[in-house]
Design a protein around this ligand. Structure first.
Ligand SMILES: Nc1ncnc2c1ncn2[C@@H]1O[C@H](COP(=O)(O)OP(=O)(O)O)[C@@H](O)[C@H]1O
Ligand SMILES: [Mg+2]
Length: 235
C-alpha cells in the first residue's frame, strides 16, 4: 500500500531525513516513534507529497509526485498542527464532506463518538475551538472519509483519556485491510494500537519491529494483541 524509497529531506543545513526506505503492506498498523525532532512529521509529510524530497513515495501503487490527486484518494490525514482556518466549524465540516463526496452527518456521528457535539459548536470559528476540540474534529473528519489509509500525526496529544480511548476504538473498528500510519513521541501509548513500530533517530530508521521489541522498560508485554485487550490497556 505504501512504498517509501530512499527518501531524504533537508531544510537548509538541517538534514531531517536520511535515505529512509520502508514498505507498509495491506492491513498493517505502523507507528513512527522517536524523540522530538527525529523526523517523524517530516516523514509523514513526505509520504503525503506535502514536501519536495529526494527519493520516491508510492501510495496504493501511484507515485505521489506524479499524480498526487489520485495517490491521495486512498488517504485520510490528521495533521499534528491544525491549520488556522477562519471559517465556521459547520462550513469546514460541509466542505470536507463535499470534497470526499460524503455527508456532513457522517462527521457528526464520528465527532459524537469522540465526545464532540458538532451541533453545539457549528457556528464557532474553527480556529477558536480549544486544542482538544480541534483535534477531535480533525479526527472525526478523517475517520468519516473511510479511507483505506489513515495517517495521523500525534493524534491523541491533546485528547483526554476518554477521547483517547474512543479514538482508539474508532481506529480499531476500521475494515479489515485498512492501513494505519501514525506518529508519536509516546511509544508506550501507541504500542497498544499498532503491530509495528518504526523508530527514527536523527532522520534515520534505527529500529523496525513489533511493539514488544520496542516497548519502554517496565512497560507491560504485548503478546496478546487482541482488540479487546488493547482497549483494556488504553482505558
Ligand atoms: N519546515 C521546516 N523548516 C525547517 N526545519 C524543519 C522544518 N520542519 C522540520 N524541520 C526540522 O527537521 C527536523 C525534524 O523535524 P520533525 O520531522 O518535525 O520532527 P518530529 O516530528 O520527529 O518531532 C527538526 O530538526 C526540525 O527542526
Ligand atoms: Mg512531529
Amino acid at each position: 500500500m505504501i512504498d517509501i524509497l530512499h527518501v531524504s529531506k533537508s531544510f537548509g543545513p538541517v538534514a531531517a531525513l536520511h535515505d529512509v526506505s520502508l514498505h507498509v503492506g495491506r492491513g498493517e498498523r505502523v507507528a513512527f516513534v522517536g524523540a522530538n525532532g527525529s523526523g517523524k512529521t517530516t516523514l509523514l509529510r513526505a509520504m503525503l507529497g506535502l514536501l519536495r524530497i529526494d527519493g520516491r513515495v508510492t501510495l496504493s501503487g501511484v507515485e505521489i509526485a506524479k499524480d498526487p490527486v489520485l495517490a491521495l484518494r486512498s488517504v485520510a490525514y490528521i495533521p499534528q498542527i491544525a491549520p488556522p482556518i477562519d471559517a465556521s466549524v459547520r462550513e469546514v465540516v460541509r466542505t470536507c464532506a463535499a470534497l470526499r463526496r460524503g455527508h456532513a452527518g457522517a462527521t457528526h456521528v464520528r465527532a459524537a463518538r469522540l465526545g464532540l457535539d458538532l451541533d453545539a459548536v457549528g457556528s464557532k470559528r474553527f480556529r477558536d475551538l480549544s486544542g482538544g476540540m480541534r483535534q477531535k474534529l480533525l479526527a472525526a473528519i478523517a475517520l468519516a472519509a473511510e479511507a483505506p489509509i489513515l495517517v495521523c500525526d500525534e493524534p491523541t496529544a491533546n485528547l483526554d483519556a476518554a477521547a483517547r480511548a474512543a479514538f482508539f476504538a474508532e481506529v480499531d473498528s476500521r475494515p479489515e485491510g485498512s492501513v494505519l500510519v501514525l506518529c508519536s513521541h509516546r511509544v508506550e501509548e501507541v504500542s497498544q494500537l499498532v503491530d509495528r513500530v518504526v523508530e527514527l533517530s536523527d532522520g534515520r530508521v534505527v529500529r523496525d519491529g513489533s511493539p514488544a521489541a520496542t516497548a519502554a522498560p517496565g512497560a507491560p508485554p504485548h503478546g496478546d494483541a487482541s482488540s479487546a485487550s488493547r482497549h483494556l490497556r488504553v482505558v
